[in-house]
Design a protein around this ligand. Structure first.
Ligand SMILES: Cc1ncc(COP(=O)(O)O)c(C=O)c1O
Length: 425
């Protein structure tokens, strides 16, 4: 077990639920070639793509190049792949198939969700002081175009649920139309108490739109249990799929209050050009423009690869354990300040190194450890993303680099490479 076998038309690692974790990890890593190119610690931006996902995309791109794109059969194939992608997302989010709309990114889903309400000047929308541009963009667009009353709950670094709830309690006035925030903060990596926030929002009459960019595929998400009305996710981060794809889950009971603002061929069950338009009864009504077919197939394959080959228990369990261990080890280094709350973290770990600006530190770590991570500019901090595929050895190598930086500071750091000197007497 554990080797490569011919599965359908792609090489796939055999991953069985009966395998020991180490054997499974080896098989999974073999199926993710880019893991050999460096220590991949930036899945929170874009994740490493499994070979199988790349293979299906290449196959379709090749088909388009040699056979063409305009055959009707190929269009029907697209519809099947779109359904497969929705089903893959539904499996990851514990959702029903009809509640998933395909989008082009988290940001796209947040735009679709935000603009789906009947906004009037003066309507209240509430977000937090820790949001990503993907969720903020549509709120600022609404404010600047329609004059909505946009409020920001000061939840600090998101590490204290009581502070988070108190800040939202104050900001979400009765009659608020929308609460829009992240499940997992992209900055400190804190997990927000979404179910409590949903209850508060609903109590005040608001809908809850959640930015799930750092949650979907990273931690177990059951959209019904979140209490959210809509939940936007990307394809390219923790789901390990292509860029240009994402999804928006819409709670069926919220479908009456949320209506399409961006619409087209894929949103409509039937229509003519004399005024008749019948919307899809399910979340497909939120699908506006068309899709890049290789990417749809890649997205579908990525979601099912995670849940069917790797197994979500392994994904979440190993990811959480490895990320926690990395956070603990960082916190123990003299000169490192951990910004991620240990008691409510997901798979992002954010920290500062004494004496080092984030970018300078990251540049140095990249050269010394071949780690690929990113900075959070607003915090002048480094953020690593730890996945189920990250090994202890990779973390240790990265930590070695951090220890070196923390011990030295930029001016006293030993040279990057000490070459052996031969011939000295
Ligand atoms: C919390 C959060 N929201 C939104 C985004 C944007 O995601 P996308 O590129 O899928 O729109 C990111 C990351 O880039 C993120 O971390």
């Amino acid at each position: 077990m554990g080797g490569l076998v011919w599965h359908g038309r792609y090489h796939t690692a055999v991953v069985s639920p009966f395998m020991a974790d180490t054997e499974k990890l080896a098989a999974v890593r073999m199926a993710m070639p880019s893991l050999a190119a460096g220590i991949q610690l930036n899945t929170g931006s874009v994740g490493p793509m499994p070979a199988e996902v790349a293979a299906v995309m290449t196959e379709l791109a090749e088909y388009e190049r040699t056979i063409g794109r305009s055959q009707f059969d190929y269009y029907l194939e697209l519809l099947d792949r779109m359904q497969e992608a929705r089903a893959g997302v539904a499996a990851v989010l514990g959702a029903s198939l009809g509640s998933v709309a395909l989008t082009h990114a988290t940001t796209d889903g947040m735009n679709v969700g935000t603009w789906s309400l009947d906004w009037q000047a003066g309507d209240i929308a509430v977000s937090t002081v820790q949001e990503h541009a993907g969720g903020l963009g549509p709120l600022y667009a609404l404010r600047d175009r329609l004059g909505i009353d946009l409020r920001f709950a000061d939840i600090g670094d998101g590490s204290d649920d009581e502070r988070t709830m108190a800040a939202l309690d104050q900001a979400v006035a009765p009659g608020t139309k929308l609460v829009s925030l992240s499940h997992v903060l992209w900055s400190t990596g804190a997990v927000l108490p979404i179910a409590r926030i949903a209850a508060l929002a609903h109590d005040r009459g608001a809908l809850l739109l959640v930015d799930g960019a750092q949650a979907a595929g990273a931690i177990q998400v059951s959209v019904d249990e979140t209490g959210a009305d809509a939940y936007a996710i990307p394809g390219q981060k923790w789901l390990l799929g292509p860029e240009g794809m994402g999804a928006l889950w819409v709670k069926p009971s919220a479908m009456d209050r949320m209506r399409p603002s961006v619409a087209g061929h894929f949103s409509l069950e039937s229509y003519d050009s004399r005024g008749s338009a019948v919307w899809h009864p399910d979340a497909r009504r939120f699908e506006g423009s068309g899709y890049h077919r290789p990417s749809v197939a890649g997205f579908a394959r990525a979601a099912s690869w995670l849940s069917m080959y790797v197994g979500l228990d392994f994904v979440y369990g190993r990811g959480a354990r490895t990320a926690s261990a990395a956070a603990d080890a960082l916190a123990e280094i003299d000169g490192v300040e951990l910004l991620t709350p240990r008691h409510q973290m997901a798979t992002l770990v954010t920290f500062r190194i004494r004496g080092w600006g984030a970018q300078a530190g990251l540049d140095e770590l990249a050269v010394r450890t071949s780690a690929i991570a990113r900075t959070i500019v607003s915090l002048d901090a480094i953020r690593i993303s730890v996945g189920f595929f990250t090994t202890e050895a990779e973390i240790e190598r990265f930590l070695e680099g951090v220890r070196l930086l923390a011990a030295h500071g930029p001016d006293s750091l030993p040279p990057r490479r000490t070459l052996p000197i031969f011939g000295e007497g």
